[in-house]
Design a protein around this ligand. Structure first.
Ligand code: FMN
Length: 312
């Protein structure tokens, strides 16, 4: 695995090509793509294939795949190899959203370990590159399966296991089970990457103290993408930049978004301007103002006024 112990999580709608380019300002560690459908790849649907087209700055990158059929996983990996040269592949076994559950994949796999074994085997046969799976602890508190999956991962030759230390029923709230991470780290001979609720230096340290080899950051990527740099410098993200520094970053992100989607960049820029304003004074008012207009000039002016004249 890569040397940097701080990893950027797969985030649908977030870790797309343009935002990943932006994230590379803050980390040289592993970044995961948004989840990509193995069935969509198999049928070479244009929109799905577009997800796996990588840019120069992307590596080391892991393409995350979701689906159910083992053969489709190996076909999808082959197609990825034809189109791009990623560092590795990851199997999504934690997603709780309906669209993914309907395919039989995502966290449904936590209830179908026979199928998990097949998927691991077919995927492993298809690639010598880094191969991981991203799981939750189990479907709910009464059905933890992370130890069984860890055993399968060992048996089938995976290179690492990412554990979001919650259950499917917890969705995105609920406590992180640090003890389970500690158990997994003790049992495992392959690297465990711990995931859940890392927002600052102390939550990062808390996960690393369980003995996991690396920590994966999810939602904080949206609000403070500079968290990677902050933690590497032993700082909390809210103290890394002043509001003018955040403004410069937003203008850089704007260029990446224009490159990727042309004139349709504005809504994305508004979204991140609101995300990045989170810890600054008058953020609520700024949010209201920015969502009340779609005029490009007005939006850009509001952003400049807010970040360049903000005392925060
Ligand atoms: C908007 C959003 C999109 C996500 N997309 C994915 C995804 O594509 N694949 C995946 O395995 N997990 C996905 N997740 C889960 C995150 O990768 C991560 O496991 C989860 O948010 C817990 O980490 P955190 O507490 O640091 O946010 C997503 C989460 C959010 C909030």
């Amino acid at each position: 695995m890569a040397n940097n112990p701080i990893v950027a999580a797969p985030m649908a709608g977030i870790t797309n090509r343009s935002y990943r380019k932006f994230l590379r300002k803050f980390t040289d560690g592993l970044i995961f793509t948004e989840m990509v459908s193995v069935e969509g790849l198999k049928r070479e649907i244009n929109k799905t294939v577009d997800y796996i087209k990588l840019s120069k700055s992307d590596n080391p990158i892991i393409i995350q795949l979701f689906g159910y059929n083992e053969k489709s996983f190996s076909d999808a990996i082959k197609i990825c190899e034809d189109y791009s040269k990623p560092f590795g592949f990851d199997i999504n076994m934690g997603c709780p959203v309906k669209k993914v559950l309907k395919t039989g994949g995502g966290s449904n796999l936590l209830k179908d370990l026979k199928q998990v074994k097949k998927i691991f085997r077919y995927a492993r046969k298809q690639t010598d590159k880094t191969l991981t799976a991203k799981i939750r602890l189990g479907w709910d508190k009464n059905s933890y399966v992370y130890k069984d999956i860890l055993q399968l991962a060992h048996d089938e030759g995976l290179d690492g296991l990412i554990i979001h230390a919650r259950t499917k029923s917890d969705m995105f709230s609920g406590d992180i089970d640090y003890l389970a991470l500690e158990n997994a780290a003790q049992l495992s001979t392959i690297p465990i990457i711990g995931n859940g609720n890392i927002t600052d230096l102390s939550s990062y340290k808390k996960i690393m103290e369980t003995g996991v080899k690396a920590a994966m950051i999810g939602r904080a990527i949206m609000h403070s993408p500079w968290i990677f740099k902050a933690i590497a410098e032993n700082k909390n993200p809210e103290f890394l930049l002043d509001s003018k520094g955040i403004y410069s970053l937003l203008m850089e992100l704007k260029e990446y978004e224009i490159e990727e989607r042309g004139k349709n960049y504005l809504n994305i820029l508004k979204k991140y301007a609101v995300f990045f304003s989170k810890n600054l004074p008058n953020a609520a008012n700024f949010r209201k103002q920015i969502y009340s207009t779609s005029d490009e000039k007005e939006v850009l002016q509001l952003i400049e006024n807010f970040f360049c004249n903000n005392p925060g």
